[in-house]
Ligand binder design. Structure first.
Ligand SMILES: [Zn+2]
Length: 227
């Protein structure tokens, strides 16, 4: 029985540093489908000098402004229509709002949504333990500690905590994340599309569970058990 639909229209949701970008990339590589992220779409458009949208996108990004949601929607809609998406795609960074999730379901059929679930406490711990040096070498006081908490083992420069990694900043980012993400999660949950994955396991374990679910989905799509 041939597949009449793109079987792999996959969305990855999760808080910052949940590892969703890594998981999206691994799934994209495994199933040979493109990894789509809005960040990359915007960077690519910006670089296309003969694209009339390039200047518009650049005018927002270069001034540190958010690209308007209607424009992002249009760019995503164009991207998922490209030839390399004939089997589907693995997407992260979109949808960011409930409206975008509703928009996406108007223009295509999402097959599966993975929520890489990491508790707020664990996110705060992951981020607030980070230390960097001025050369961009990154350490973590718990997970990859430098010999001396104040000095980079790689280059000998002093280590500091980025403002973005400070507990208060992380907590307010999480608040922003939950404000939109919880509604998106509910939206997909009600449609039976959501799979919650415990993101506090190893990268390999998380990946195994995702692949297993995808293979189960695929088996049911091709009527595997039918004689
Ligand atoms: Zn360094």
């Amino acid at each position: 029985m041939p597949l009449n639909d793109k079987p792999f229209e996959l969305i990855f949701l999760g808080p910052p540093v949940s590892g969703k970008g890594t998981q999206t990339e691994l799934v994209a590589n495994t199933f040979d489908i493109p990894h789509i992220s809005t960040g990359v779409i915007l960077q690519n458009i910006k670089a296309e000098t003969n694209n009339p949208l390039a200047q518009e996108v650049a005018s927002y990004m270069d001034n540190g402004k958010l690209v308007p949601t209607e424009l992002v929607n249009r760019l995503v809609a164009d991207r998922i229509k490209k030839d390399d998406c004939s089997l589907g795609y693995a997407m992260d960074g979109f949808p960011r709002t409930l409206e975008q999730a509703q928009y996406l379901s108007q223009i295509t059929t999402v097959d599966r949504v993975f929520l890489i679930n990491v508790s707020d406490e664990a996110i705060v711990e992951r981020m607030s333990g980070r230390r960097v040096c001025k050369n961009g070498h990154t350490w973590h006081l718990k997970y990859s500690p430098p010999k001396d908490q104040l000095i980079c083992d790689t280059c000998g420069e002093s280590l500091f905590q980025r403002d973005d990694d400070k507990e208060e900043t992380v907590k307010s980012r999480l608040e922003v994340y939950h404000r939109e993400a919880d509604a998106i999660v509910k939206f997909y949950e009600e449609q039976g599309l959501l799979s919650k994955i415990n993101g506090e396991q190893s990268i390999e374990k998380v990946q195994q569970q995702i692949i297993k679910l995808l293979v189960t989905d695929l088996r049911s799509k091709i009527d595997w058990n039918k004689s």
